[in-house]
Design a protein around this ligand. Structure first.
Ligand code: HPA
Length: 273
């Protein structure tokens, strides 16, 4: 039944474009500028795909952009839904499974996150080396979709080491002092308390956000290679000396957009997959 829903979305896209992406990229809010580097072949607003989860925030419905970055065929997701909007985890990760069925072998995830590792500061970028998803429901709960993956998938290397190393290499070459660390996903939408951040830090997390781990799990279940980059938009609660606001998150994203876009363009457009 769930697989039928995904196949139905696939069918609707295939009525509009035969484009086969090699890589898929989820653009965190504020990374829209990356789409300027895509030689666009087709665009499909999510609202035109029946059964596809659409953001509850007006004006943020989002769209798929299919096209080329360098010679790489890419499917970019501009906008995505979050668990805190009220969607079931299965719907939150539906786009990932759909991207796999469209042909994507690699998933590049970007997001905004609060930083808690020592020495981290707002404006840093962080390559996600591992994650903690224990505080949100698994997207794989319920009947397994055998057509997509196995019941008990291995998660010992969710974030592909070779791809993550490559991102570090490119970052270095463009003079970006990129960090590496563990991302922890919360359900949100409220930011964390200082006590929660202390706990997360003790558990081994370096950055916290409200997305990504569920997507990465669904992608690994589907056999995709995964990598992720966080924009550290703020220091996490209790470490920051001020209240956390969405405005600060958006402001920092804007400031890092140029270097983030350059890094992504060189990574995705270079022959790295
Ligand atoms: N916490 C959770 N999610 C976030 C944060 C944060 O501090 N900053 C950006 N997304």
């Amino acid at each position: 039944m769930e697989f039928a829903k995904i196949e139905n979305c696939l069918k609707q896209i295939r009525e509009k474009t035969g484009f086969i992406p090699k890589a898929a990229v989820i653009l965190g809010s504020g990374l829209g500028g990356f789409t300027d580097t895509i030689k666009v072949e087709a665009e499909i607003p999510y609202s035109k795909i029946k059964g596809f989860p659409v953001s509850t925030v007006p004006g943020h419905e989002g769209k798929f952009i299919f096209g080329y970055v360098g010679d790489t065929p890419v499917a970019a997701m501009q906008g995505r839904v979050h668990y805190y909007e009220g969607y079931d985890m299965h719907d939150v990760v539906l786009p990932i499974r759909l991207l796999k069925l469209l042909g994507a072998e690699v998933l590049v995830i970007t997001n905004a996150a609060g930083g808690m590792a020592d020495g981290m500061k707002a404006g840093d970028l962080m390559v996600i080396r591992d994650h903690i998803s224990s505080f949100v429901p698994s997207p794989l709960r319920g009947a397994n979709i055998d057509e997509i993956g196995t019941r008990f998938p291995d998660m010992s290397e969710v974030y592909d080491r070779a791809l993550s190393d490559k991102i570090n290499e490119i970052a270095k070459s463009i003079g970006c002092d990129i960090k590496n660390g563990v991302y922890i996903q919360t359900a949100g939408p409220q930011y964390e308390t200082p006590a929660e951040i202390k706990m997360f830090k003790a558990l081994g997390a370096d950055a916290v956000g409200m997305s990504t781990a569920c997507d990465a799990i669904a992608a690994r279940h589907a056999g995709m290679r995964v990598c992720g980059i966080s924009c550290i938009t703020n220091l996490a609660a209790g470490i920051a000396k001020h209240e956390l606001t969405h405005a600060e998150v958006m402001e920092t994203t804007k400031k890092t957009e140029d270097v983030f876009c350059r890094l992504l363009t060189e990574f995705i457009g270079g022959n790295n997959f």
